[in-house]
Design a protein around this ligand. Structure first.
Ligand SMILES: Cc1cc2nc3c(=O)[nH]c(=O)nc-3n(C[C@H](O)[C@H](O)[C@H](O)COP(=O)(O)OP(=O)(O)OC[C@H]3O[C@@H](n4cnc5c(N)ncnc54)[C@H](O)[C@@H]3O)c2cc1C
Length: 526
């Protein structure tokens, strides 16, 4: 692998592929600095009202605004193919997500830096987070920003059931943490979310929409592959000069000084692989002529995972109503005290979340979704063939590492205990909800049967990362300045560059990657 470092002048023109969490930030920052930016997005305008109403996120799955990916059958998840929704619309996955803002822990970023990624230490990252945020909440002001483009708030009313879930978690022994993006992440908290005026605020809306007169936004553009310059001499380093994409049934080409892939952890490696950048042998098997040997492209795929623990209640829970999210609280907990950061993050829903694999047992209830956030399992993304329409082989190898099963089991057990606490389980006349466990349910014990339940009901937390990881080792795809190793004129700036997933939801780190990536482009650092 040939690495690259040093700096040059900032480019005059740039193509950004993908108007999601990171791509929107990159496009805006470069346009602000006078760079000519074309933003190519495969999806369309964000006209679906379900995008903007906090209570209607679920309607977006399998809709035209969802790439609607599925994994290959997962042996660690009972052979199931897991649905992986991803945003295919302006705003990307930030148009489909639950808007929860979690920066991650200092250890996450210090770990990235320890791998040779200078500049990603927590002390360098924290000021960037502060500059992103327009924070309105009860946290320590010194740790938050109030001047940024992205509104982050926990200044909204908790639904009564969500308040009781928090109370039950406190009964279970967790700290009530008023600011998990503050001094410590641990404890049970109300979620901080990116909303403005009661509706979704994503980076497309906050960064690109107000600047559309300065950014050429092209919709319905499915980028298939990169275009390379003809080498002037044998052995010359390959140079990317543009992209080839389908728009309205036509194949088009567009050229710029630099191309930035911000197509997300599934599609950025896909574009690289389709362009012959990746593990040569595998590319040949898929019918693609290798151009740049980069064995790490598509490898290191990993994700957070959820398992539902569902309760029915005697006292009726208010049905979802307009403008109110069905998830408002979560907790961070170390299942083993010796860990350096929490390995679990259950997320709490005011509705039963039966998912794809459980028989619905009534509409009235709530879900404590046990959550694994420090996975050891690693999988990969591969092409099944050379054509753009050939399905992608998406294989996270979920729960292939035994330690992941252990953490998730501990989280499921904890959720079961929380549901039995008085704030939830007491009779309504005694101030509770009369909660009883519906799933796993009394027929499932605490041993191998619980492991079977966990594998049967496993779902993604939607936090795929790592497939174009940043670093300096043999499997690194981009440099610490997010330039693709071995190629000129090309960067990846999105969630795929995380060498290891952060502890918590991945949107905030993706926005951070967008901000830092734009700084590297403008500084000409490679
Ligand atoms: C259902 C769901 C819920 C989630 N909930 C949360 C949450 O509450 N909090 C949180 O922190 N994280 C959450 N996440 C995760 C978070 O949204 C992602 O980690 C983050 O959005 C990733 O940002 P990105 O810029 O890497 O990719 P994306 O935001 O996915 O952007 C990629 C963009 O590229 C476009 N694109 C892809 N391929 C091409 C191509 N070939 N040509 C042109 N354009 C292309 C896509 O259409 C998309 O617009 C959730 C994700 C999902 C799907």
């Amino acid at each position: 692998m040939s690495s690259q470092s040093g700096s040059a002048a900032a480019p005059e023109s740039v193509i950004v592929v993908g108007a999601g969490s990171a791509g929107s930030v990159v496009a805006r920052r470069l346009a602000d600095a006078g760079v000519r930016v074309t933003l190519l997005e495969a999806g369309g305008e964000d006209t679906n009202p379900a995008i903007h109403d906090l209570s209607r996120m679920g309607e977006l799955w399998h809709s035209p605004d969802d790439w609607d990916y599925f994994t290959v059958p997962q042996p660690g998840a009972n052979g199931h193919r897991l649905h992986c929704p991803r945003g295919k619309v302006l705003g990307g996955s930030h148009a489909l997500n639950a808007m929860i803002w979690v920066r991650g822990t200092p250890q996450d970023f210090d770990h990235w830096a320890s791998l040779g990624n200078d500049g990603w230490e927590w002390e360098r990252v924290l000021p960037v987070y502060r500059a992103i945020e327009n924070y309105r909440g009860g946290g320590e002001p010194a740790l938050h920003g109030a001047e940024g483009l992205l509104d982050v708030t926990d200044d909204y009313e908790l639904s009564p059931i969500q308040q009781s879930i928090i109370d039950a978690a406190v009964e279970e022994g967790l700290e009530r943490n008023p600011d998990y993006n503050g001094a410590t992440i641990e404890g049970v908290s109300q979620q901080q979310i990116t909303v403005r005026g009661g509706t979704r605020l994503n980076t497309y809306l906050a960064y690109v929409k107000p600047a559309r007169d300065r950014i050429a936004v092209e919709l319905g553009c499915h980028v298939h592959e990169l275009i390379f310059a003809e080498p002037a001499a044998a052995g010359e380093r390959p140079r990317v000069i543009g992209v080839r994409f389908a728009q309205g049934g036509e194949l088009r080409e567009l050229f710029a000084e630099e191309v930035i892939l911000a197509a997300g952890a599934i599609d950025s490696p896909r574009v690289l692989l389709r362009s012959g950048i990746g593990p040569g042998e595998e590319l040949r098997e898929a019918g693609v002529e290798p151009r740049v040997e980069l064995p790490g492209v598509g490898k290191n795929l990993h994700d957070h995972f959820l398992v539902p623990v569902i309760f029915g209640t005697e006292k009726p829970i208010d049905p979802p109503r307009e403008g109110v999210s069905v998830t408002q609280s979560h907790l961070f907990w170390k299942s083993r005290p010796e860990l350096d950061r929490p390995d679990t993050q259950p997320i709490h829903f005011s509705v039963p979340m039966y998912g794809d694999f459980l028989e619905p047992r009534g509409d009235n209830g709530f879900s404590l979704m046990a959550g694994l956030v420090t996975p050891e399992s690693r999988g990969e993304i591969r092409l099944s063939g050379p054509r753009p329409e050939d399905p992608l082989l998406l294989d996270p190898r979920a729960l292939s590492a035994e330690s992941d099963v252990e953490s998730l089991l501990a989280s499921v057990r904890q959720c079961r205990r929380i549901g039995r606490r008085a704030a939830l389980a007491a009779a309504p006349e005694d101030g509770g909800w009369g909660a009883t466990e519906v799933y796993p349910g009394p027929e499932v014990g605490d041993g191998e049967d619980l492991v079977d339940y966990l594998r049967h009901t496993l779902a993604t937390y939607h936090h795929q990362v790592g497939t174009c990881k940043m670093g300096v080792d043999e499997l690194a795809v981009v440099s610490p300045r997010l330039a693709v190793h071995g190629v000129d004129g090309l960067r990846v700036i999105d969630a795929s560059i995380m060498p290891r997933v952060t502890t918590g939801n991945t949107n905030a780190p993706s926005v951070l990657i967008g901000e830092l990536g734009a700084q590297f482009v403008l500084a000409g650092e490679r």
